[in-house]
Design a protein around this ligand. Structure first.
Ligand code: ADP
Ligand code: MG
Length: 482
């Protein structure tokens, strides 16, 4: 009997692991790390599964946003599971250390709240506060997250890869009417979406101070919504949006998942658009590529102007470095700028971070100037990891080699299984190991993004049941990351 119970427990542990990897791809790494990673498998008996959640707040969040999905996936895997309970584990949260910093501070405060009614934060608190930021207008205060004073049009360097998004942002900021609605900005991480949104807000604030501008992240929108639901305060929630002239929601990819939040967003969105208020949104994908967002909402999101910011090119990186060096009040030799612009290509946040580190280093040592040697020395770790970053070309080569086909065949239109499966695996690995978008990966295989999306899903499905495939993929992953 005990043996049987243990076996069952092993099975559910395994299944939970698989469910977690599936959820991670569905909801994205950030949301997963924040809300789902801290969950652990508790007891299981007679079809009733207990999942442990560290805090009440998280339990509510998981119940509202993810429980249905978890139930659905698990039911499919193991029909014996009839009920899933989410149980709050007593005591201080041992998992808090695993969260990213914004979740961490939020959870710490929640965990240390003595009474359940103080679990929620006061209205003007937010999930992404940064020091040195300022709040928006009085009326927008209760909803809006503070703006970063450094994110203005003046500090935004324009190049070929972002000129369209910049022009669109300026147009919205400078127009008295609503030129296109919504303006939807999208790009990979660290390429300037948030910067542009804040710049629009600053500009409008200066030009028309009476306007009520609200800037918030999709996570915060959801958080507010869940709280309103819990306190049966939907009327007040809606009222907050009624007086908004410009609504900006950042990172709407995090709205994926929970239907009722999307529904509410949809109504808010529609009524604001109908009343001629400006809406500006950002995401890491184009509206049509957003996963987990209802198709009705997706098509509505794309009905204004969609502007993407492409990965940076060398010239823009140089421009940004020079501009940033000026702001930091330091002398940056051309050679060093060129070196950094060549080496750190993924995103602007990393590039800025690298420069800041070098500057901080030389400023600590009197008389020291920025040189190529110091730069290389200070950034040893960053540079090493940049060199090691896997490319799609390498993935194609390695996977083709492993399955004994040629890269040409992999990119060809052949559908024979011995070619199609390695192709899907390579697409899956490209999504997992690189920061490239689905359309970018697709181009490398001469396919469109939907084929890549399908391949990724297919491999995930197969992984859940095919052990040898999982081993093959593990081997390839290690070989590529070595
Ligand atoms: P995203 O929201 O797309 O992830 P951010 O707007 O947060 O990216 O940008 C990351 C960092 O890079 C910020 O510090 C921002 O100021 C800087 N940055 C991005 N694009 C530019 C640009 N064109 N000129 C100057 N700084 C930029
Ligand atoms: Mg951003």
């Amino acid at each position: 009997m005990a043996g049987e119970l243990n076996k069952n427990k092993d099975v559910v542990y395994n299944e939970w692991g698989q469910i977690c990897s599936q959820l991670k791809t569905e909801v994205g790494e950030k949301a997963f790390d924040c809300w789902l990673k801290p969950l652990t498998v508790g007891s299981y008996a007679n079809g009733v599964m207990n999942i442990c959640v560290p805090t009440r707040f998280m339990r509510n969040w998981v119940l509202t946003n993810y429980s249905e999905r978890i139930h659905k996936i698990w039911e499919k895997k193991n029909p014996e599971i009839k009920v899933i309970n989410f149980v709050v584990q007593a005591g201080e949260d041992p998992m808090i250390g695993n969260h990213n910093s914004s979740c961490r501070s939020l959870l710490k405060r929640i965990a240390s709240s003595p009474a359940p009614q103080s679990v929620y934060l006061p209205d003007d608190d937010n999930l992404t506060f940064m020091p040195g930021e300022y709040s928006l207008s009085e009326s927008g205060r209760s909803l809006s997250v503070p703006l970063n004073p450094l994110y203005t049009f003046d500090t935004f360097v324009v190049g070929k890869t972002n000129e369209f998004a910049y022009a669109a942002a300026r147009k919205v900021a400078e127009s008295d009417n609503v030129p296109f609605n919504p303006l939807f900005l999208y790009s990979g991480v660290g390429l300037g979406k948030t910067h542009l949104m804040h710049a629009i807000a600053w500009h409008i604030k200066q030009r028309a101070p009476e306007k009520n501008i609200v800037y918030l992240s999709a996570e915060k929108f959801m958080y507010k919504f869940v709280r309103a639901l819990r306190y049966k305060d939907m009327a007040a929630f809606k009222e907050q949006f009624r007086s908004v002239d410009v609504l900006m929601v950042d990172d709407v990819q995090f709205m994926s998942g929970k239907d009722s939040t999307q529904e509410e967003f949809f109504y808010t969105f529609n009524s604001l658009i109908e009343e001629g208020r400006q809406i500006i949104l950002s995401a890491d994908k184009s509206p049509s590529d957003l996963e987990g967002i209802e198709s009705r909402l997706r098509s509505r999101l794309g009905c204004g102007l969609v502007a993407d910011i492409h990965p940076t090119d060398f010239d823009l990186r140089i421009g940004i470095l020079q501009n940033k060096a000026r702001l930091l009040n330091c002398e940056l030799p051309d050679k060093v700028a060129e070196f950094l612009a060549q080496k750190i290509t993924t995103n602007i946040r990393e590039l800025e971070g690298a420069l800041r580190r070098v500057v901080a280093h030389v400023q600590l040592l009197p008389g020291k100037q920025i040189s190529l040697e110091t730069t290389q020395d200070v950034l040893k770790d960053v540079l090493r990891s940049c060199d090691r970053r896997t490319t799609i070309d390498e993935i194609q080569k390695k996977v083709a080699e492993y399955f004994n086909i040629s890269v040409k065949e992999m990119q060809s239109s052949r559908r024979a299984r011995n070619v199609a499966r390695p192709r899907q695996i390579a697409m899956y690995l490209a999504k997992q190991l690189t920061s490239r978008s689905l359309p970018e990966i697709g181009r490398k295989f001469d396919r469109d993004h939907t084929t890549v999306m399908h391949a990724v899903r297919k491999v995930e499905e197969l992984l859940a049941e095919d052990k040898s495939l999982a081993e093959n993929i593990d081997f390839l992953r290690h070989a590529l990351e070595a």
